[in-house]
Write a protein that binds this ligand. Sequence first.
Ligand code: IPM
Ligand code: MN
Length: 369
Amino acid sequence: MKTYKIAVLPGDGTGPEVVDEGLKVLNAAAVKHGFKLDTETFDFGGDRFLRTGEVLPESAAEDLTKFDAIYLGAIGHPDVKPGILEKGILLRLRFELDQYINLRPVKLYPGVETPLAGKSPEDIDYVVVRENTGGLYTGIGGLSMKGTPNEVAVQSMVYNRYQVERCLRYAFETVRKRHTTDAPWKGLYDKDIEDGKIGQLTLCGKTNVLTYVFDLWERAFHEVAQDYPDIKTDYCHVDATCMWMVKNPEWFDVIVTCNMFGDIITDLGAMTQGGMGIAAGGNINPEGVSMFEPIGGSAPKYTGKGVINPLAAICSGSMMLSELGETEAADDIEQAVASVTGTKLKSMAAGRMGYSTSEVGDLVASQIA
Ligand code: IPM
Ligand code: MN
């Protein structure tokens, strides 16, 4: 039987609770589709750090390369200064494993309430391809004359052509995949397609102010686009992107953007799809090991209460299966989630679902079986 080795990083706060439900659903899908998940759990997170003083073992990234995929709950602990765990675990793994894409679908599931008046699941269904290892996140910069009135702080948005180009190519491929295969996050987008175009890629930038970095992005975008004559290209400044994500989300198919803008716009996107409880993502190295995580945080105030929504973790599990090539199983999970949101859950918000965390996992798992 086909077996996938999965590293499980439950992490902090509600991470372990949602990961348990994700694994419950993943195993149900595995049984049905005839494969096995061989999991090994790692205790990286705030508790381990407070106990041992070590954020991440030196060998962590290398050890993780022996797995087929990584399934992560959440990182962030109320007793640890903000930044230590995020930088020391999450960002470090993204960088060391060269997970240069952060794939974040923005999808309104049936029955889920969106704050966007008059918008339905057909309108809110696009994917953000966030560059995941460069830009402002590289940590290049520094402080000088700290603590004096003359203090200077610099943090640079750093991109090289190679990083930009590989991200753009991935984004163009994502458009193709979305419209020509059964990826679980395949698009409903089939409106306004011009002569022979199958879908659309929007570059989200800030060419009017960041005239160096986005000059590079924009030139690379148009050059790479030559290889994808079947894809319509579009450009939006990041501020306008936010506006359209609220006003006309149906205009988007796939959005590609830099690390920082991608971080910001996907939180906005998550809210339009019903909140952090349902927003999934994948840190992808197309040539290596990818790491899948719900995009919400560790939600310390809900920890251990059994009220957190596990659907984001479940949907990231589906993305993981899709990346592993188990697209039918991935699609099954997606459909089970859609059926549960459409017919059962009262709300996506923690404590207001009408079911406990594990009951929601049971509902999805039983749909699959
Ligand atoms: C995310 C998070 C992280 C990021 C933080 C926790 C470092 O906000 O995954 O979007 O900024 O990438
Ligand atoms: Mn974020």
